[in-house]
Design a protein around this ligand. Sequence first.
Ligand code: G3I
Length: 368
Amino acid sequence: MRRRQFLQMSAVVSAQLAITACSGNNEKAAGKAPVKGPSNSLAYVARGGGRSFGTAVNSGMLFTGGPGKQAVLHECATVTPEWVFKWDWLARNGKRYDFRESDRIANFARANGKRIRGHTLLWHLGLPKWAAEELAQQRKWDLVEAHFDAVMGRYSDLVDQWDVVNEPINIGTRNDGLRENQFLAAFGPDYIEWALRAAHGRAPKSRNFINEFNLEYNTPDEGRRRLALLKLVERLLAKGVPLHGVGLQAHLDLRKGKIWQDGVHGLLRDLSAMGLEVAITELDVRENDIRQPTLKRDMMVADEVKRYLETVLAFSAVKSVTTWGLSDRDSWLTYQPGGHPSNRGLPYDRDWQDKPMRGAILGVLAQA
Ligand code: G3I
């Protein structure tokens, strides 16, 4: 970015933001409170364009007295439980489900008028060990249905969208681009169709999604992933399967360069043409070079987010944007393998100072 452009963008971003001090007990530890003012909220601005804005949440963020709860209340219309709706969490102690954490988040949503994105019913990385063992031995579809029964009814008043199948695509082993996961091994490729039908039967008013990642860049793998996803969706729709939307996770990654706008545009064009809703479900940015000055890093993150959102929000099929957390304090990119503790890929930093990424989201939502 040229210096003049950089300064201009910084000025615009700073002018959009008004920071107020926090008065909570954790002020010292957790820094400032999020941006305030009803019309200066991401959800408010998104709603103006007929969309909703939300974030992934966990109990640490909401219930430990820091500014996270306030930020979620202010910025979000929807929340996505980051892990407590997953099978491996709910049934971590065996077949007796433990709903304490998921109920806590559900009750928070109920009490505050927030909707929930149900994430996720079937995920190869979210299967409890006992269920994986049973599936490996027997073709037990009952097991999957029992899980859907346990979860879907309990939260049917809150969940408008279920990520019924998460991350079913993987290039390299099968011609159809489907991931060879535990479900495919047990039931064959039709498990996706069966899951969508089973979910629809249990929550006919909710919209069924397939949620997928690595679809943004101009690499052979991501090109094949886009195509495999489109073909999967096309096959399902041709059979009349109740699939209502596709979730694009959008874990952007500056190590891969810039998103490929033509490729993303083509994906959105084709999904829109099939009449599907599109949700941006896990937006965040993995940084490339953390040795750069902080402002430069933040501007690079914001720039990539702006480019991505401008591309996808050109389509009215995109009805929601969800970031995978609000503050770097809670970002999986800081604690999971391949991440870096100081990654700055969310709208707020670790001290709840808003960053240019927030301004970029706000700006594109306001224009779209
Ligand atoms: O088990 C402990 C629990 O005892 C403790 O109270 C809690 C406190 O932090 O941690 C618990 O473990 C958590 C675990 O999920 C539960 O299975 C980890 O902290 C938590 O970090 C972990 O990872 C999550 C992961 O999915 C698996 O569920 C990540 O936070 C979450 O960001 C990640 O999300 C995925 C999406 O679902 C799908 N797309 C990719 C994305 C990032 O990997």
